[in-house]
Design a protein around this ligand. Structure first.
Ligand code: GLC
Length: 538
């Protein structure tokens, strides 16, 4: 069984995890210091199997590393290649794998490739990016828009031509219809695989190839598209998800496979399950994993979660499995999204139980295990370029420093001010306190993750949803003799479950610190308000 099918991944937003040199910004030596927290091989640690590090390559940080100016080095803010090698060795010593964030769709405008490309219309690197004259009417070459707002084209004074950028003007898009670009990125992939990394998270992989004729996108955005994809009021037909992207992914998969088992998880920001599923190819020849982001925009509703799970399950090719996330560096944290004056913490536990018991590869986001909330950022401290343009959807609130302890700096930094403000609750919500408390969110995550490790049914079993009362999500996970029944109650009131054919069971794990783990008769039993149970069936 490939390791990435059974692993629990943990996303580290590197700037915010652990600062080791007192500059207020997280770094690689800081991560090394925290590896034992992540997994020291015993249930005293969180127990995650793999880390995804957000971009650590040199970058002018217009989009905090998602604008790379050198793909083969480490930004001095985060450390050096030597630090990276040490991190990899220390992680591997603990059986923790590391995947890097690969940002192939665009470079920084300061990358030497773009510097050369913009120099003149005849530069050998000109065709590495998209350069175009103004439209015949004198406007932008087409109607495409940037995901961060405004037109996707910026005019360059040197040549008078426009260049394309799907994000900031400081993030020009590479042209993957040019085989030289394809080869250059493959060399970069090999560079890091040779160094020993366990794989990649690939940034906006669905955007890598655009329509060969750069045709206008149709207007308006149709209702059937997810609202998050309505940006610019367009239907995004021609600026992404073109068939040729699959040739590139197949070639990358061959490279990965030639190194043994290496992982690749694609950020396929498309929402339509069938389109996401296409990125798995035949289940073995394209992406090993593709993110399913639907939970990030889901209401707190059992039927909605079940619907999302069943719809991705129904379209995946044989041999493929989903990849779920509750929180990430691009969306409000789920502790905040699903908050409720009475049931906020209970909901977060139910959500965690769902994430870690579904069939699929779960990705945690740093801090969710201690119940970190989004933080309101004062206007003069906003860093995210999206937040500067559209304050309501800025991404700083979910990127604040990890809360390790109650000391000033939260154990994250010794600097007077970290790069983003600490959460106002950091003196009471932190790792040190929760480690000692068996009823804490952290202890709950640890038990869940370590339980998952010894359960083949959770790691690789089949998934089968069952009908139940309103506000419940009930499913079976089965592998060989092991049969687990998972019952999740999303309502703030008890639910009676009647399941005549399941027989007897024994509660293995519950989200409710007060409930005893005892045998239960499954014919008829009560779930407490906002409660989850894992029941081993006899
Ligand atoms: C992805 C990243 C996001 C970044 C964008 C541009 O969506 O997750 O953080 O801003 O790509 O690279």
């Amino acid at each position: 069984m490939e390791w990435w099918r059974e692993a629990v991944f943990y996303e580290i937003y590197v700037r915010s995890f652990q600062d080791s040199n007192g500059d207020g910004i997280g770094d690689l030596p800081g991560i090394i210091d925290r590896l034992d927290y992540l997994n020291d091989g015993t249930p005293r640690s969180l127990g995650v199997d793999a880390l995804w590090l957000t971009p650590i390559n040199p970058s002018p940080m217009f989009d905090f590393g998602y604008d790379v100016s050198d793909y083969r080095d480490i930004d001095p803010l985060f450390g050096s290649l030597t630090d990276f090698d040490r991190l990899l060795a220390e992680a591997h010593r603990r059986n923790i794998r590391i995947i890097l964030d690969l940002v192939p769709n665009h470079t920084s405008h300061l990358h030497p490739w773009f510097q050369a490309s913009r120099r003149s219309r005849t530069d050998p690197k000109r065709n590495w990016y998209f350069w175009h004259d103004a439209s015949p009417e004198g406007g932008y070459p087409n109607n495409w828009v940037s995901s961060f707002g405004g037109p996707a084209w910026t005019v360059d004074q040197t040549s008078g031509q426009y260049y394309l950028h799907s994000f900031l003007a400081e993030q020009p898009d590479l042209n993957y219809r040019n085989p030289e670009v394809v080869r250059a990125m493959e060399d970069i992939i090999r560079f890091w695989l040779d160094r020993g990394v366990d794989g990649f998270r690939v940034d906006v992989i669905h955007k890598m190839i655009k329509d060969a004729q750069l045709r206008d996108n149709p207007r308006p955005a149709p209702e059937e598209d997810h609202p998050i994809r309505h940006y610019g009021g367009l239907k995004h037909v021609y600026d992404e998800d073109q068939p040729e992207v699959h040739d590139i992914i197949r070639s990358w998969r061959r490279i990965l496979d030639s190194y043994g088992e290496r992982a690749m998880v694609g950020e396929v920001f498309l929402f339509d399950p069938a389109r996401v599923a296409a990125f798995y190819g035949n289940g073995h020849d394209e992406l090993p994993l593709a993110f399913n982001f639907s939970f990030l925009w889901s209401p707190w509703d059992a039927a909605a979660f079940r619907e999302q799970v069943d719809s991705i399950e129904s379209v995946l090719p044989a041999g493929a499995q989903p990849t779920y996330v509750l929180s990430s560096h691009d969306a409000p944290r789920h502790r905040t999204r699903f908050d409720d004056p009475l049931w906020g913490e209970a909901r977060a536990r139910v959500a965690a139980m769902m994430l870690l018991t579904l069939r699929g590869t779960p990705f945690l986001y740093y801090g969710e295990e201690i119940g970190m909330h989004d933080v309101v950022i004062p206007t003069d401290r906003v860093c995210d370029p999206v937040g500067k343009r559209f304050p309501a959807v800025g991404r700083d609130p979910e990127r604040t420093p990890m809360q390790w302890g109650a000391a000033p700096g939260a154990g994250f930094t010794t600097a007077a001010e970290p790069w983003l403000p600490l959460a106002p609750d950091y003196r009471s919500v932190h790792v040190a306190q929760q480690t000692a408390d068996p009823g804490s969110p952290l202890s709950f995550y640890r038990r869940l993750i370590w339980y998952r490790k010894q359960s083949a049914a959770l790691r690789r079993g089949t998934y089968h949803a069952l009908d139940g009362p309103p506000d419940t999500f009930l499913f079976l996970r089965e592998h060989g003799d092991e049969r687990l029944f998972i019952a999740l109650n999303f309502a703030g009131e008890p639910r009676r479950v009647l399941l005549s054919r399941l027989g007897q069971g024994h509660i293995e794990l519950t989200t409710n610190p007060d409930r005893k783990e005892v045998p239960i008769a499954l014919g008829k039993f009560d779930l407490g308000p906002v409660e989850g149970l894992i029941v081993a069936l006899q």
